[in-house]
Design a protein around this ligand. Structure first.
Ligand SMILES: [Zn+2]
Length: 314
């Protein structure tokens, strides 16, 4: 449910980044390989979380085959009150590319497995537009300003997410690293971010998933109250049984949480299997990597995920 294109897949399917981040045919080809080659039963695209930031005016470092695109300018750093959702949002930056890739995938691999379009969440979007230091400082010193900007950002998120759903995506996932308790206090999350995530889930015309990075135990009940169909958590949650128990009481699915950095990137298929078994034993609903996958993660470790699930339920 988080970003998942790896160099091994690019080599096999013949669609390399950064072209696959900007060309809809190549984006669909690389995304499709997540199912046809890596055996994942979902297609998650695009492969980075800067599309909305770029559409709202940030410059992007396009990255390389093994380096994900990143934000290189913060255009509203000195004029945050001027952030507006432009009327032509859906025509800006790479948004038309993602929508076209959705249409292509709908008639191909998307006919067999769910298509999940991902986008940056409100805290990440504010950090892109104004800079991470401004965002973190303002949550303490200028909460009213953050509230105003987050309200604008969440409208942009909803317009883009609904466009993805209309173009063929089955679900959308909001990934918001800077909403994590590792970044802002739980109170700031509750007061400034949560009401807007609720507004988002109320306005979304399809299935929705909320991913927040890091040790999210302390805000799990708040995440569940945001009204998404599923939450996605990292391996750094302290008590997975508690998270799953609470989510199931709330009729919400839990997705995760095999470690991307420690296990999928660094270890072997046997270690992936072991960690996958642990997730399944905790009653997790959808076995998945805990966060975005490093581009140089070996394909054999992705293949080990579906194998482990099949073996566990044999
Ligand atoms: Zn994460």
């Amino acid at each position: 449910m988080t970003t998942a294109s790896v160099v091994d897949l690019m080599d096999i399917c013949g669609a390399d980044r950064p072209e696959a981040d900007r060309n809809p045919v190549k984006m669909a080809k690389l995304a499709g390989s997540l199912h046809t080659v890596a055996n994942l039963e979902v297609i998650r695209y695009p492969f980075d979380v800067t599309v909305l930031g770029e559409a709202l005016g940030c410059n992007i470092d396009p990255g390389t085959k093994a380096r994900t695109p990143s934000i290189s300018t913060h255009p509203f750093k000195d004029k945050p009150e001027e952030i507006e959702v432009p009327p032509d949002l859906l025509k800006r930056g790479r948004i038309p590319v993602v929508l076209e890739a959705s249409r292509i995938l709908r008639n191909k691999e998307g006919a067999k497995v769910p298509l999940v379009a991902g986008l940056e969440g409100p805290a990440d979007l504010v950090s892109y537009l104004c800079g991470i230091n401004s965002f973190l400082t303002w949550t303490i010193k200028k909460p009213q300003l953050v509230k105003q900007i987050v309200e604008k950002c969440i409208d942009a998120c909803a317009i883009y997410a609904n466009a993805c759903l209309h173009a063929g995506a089955d679900a959308i996932v909001i990934a918001d690293a800077n909403s994590s308790p590792d970044m802002i206090g739980p109170d700031a999350f509750r007061k400034l971010i949560k009401p807007n995530l609720i507004k988002f889930s109320n306005n979304i015309e399809g299935y929705s998933i909320l991913h927040i990075c890091g040790e999210t135990d302390i805000i799990i009940s708040d995440m569940l109250e945001c009204g998404f169909n599923a939450i996605s958590v990292e391996e750094s949650v302290k008590d997975l049984d508690y998270v799953v128990g609470l989510a199931h009481k709330n009729n919400t699915a839990v997705i995760g949480n095999v470690s991307t950095s420690r296990t999928l990137y660094n270890k072997n298929a046997g270690d992936v299997r072991k960690e996958a078994f642990k997730c399944l034993a905790a009653n997790i609903d959808i076995l998945a990597p805990g966060c975005g996958i490093a581009p140089e993660t070996p394909l054999r470790n992705l293949l080990a995920l579906a194998d482990a699930r099949n073996e566990y339920y044999r």
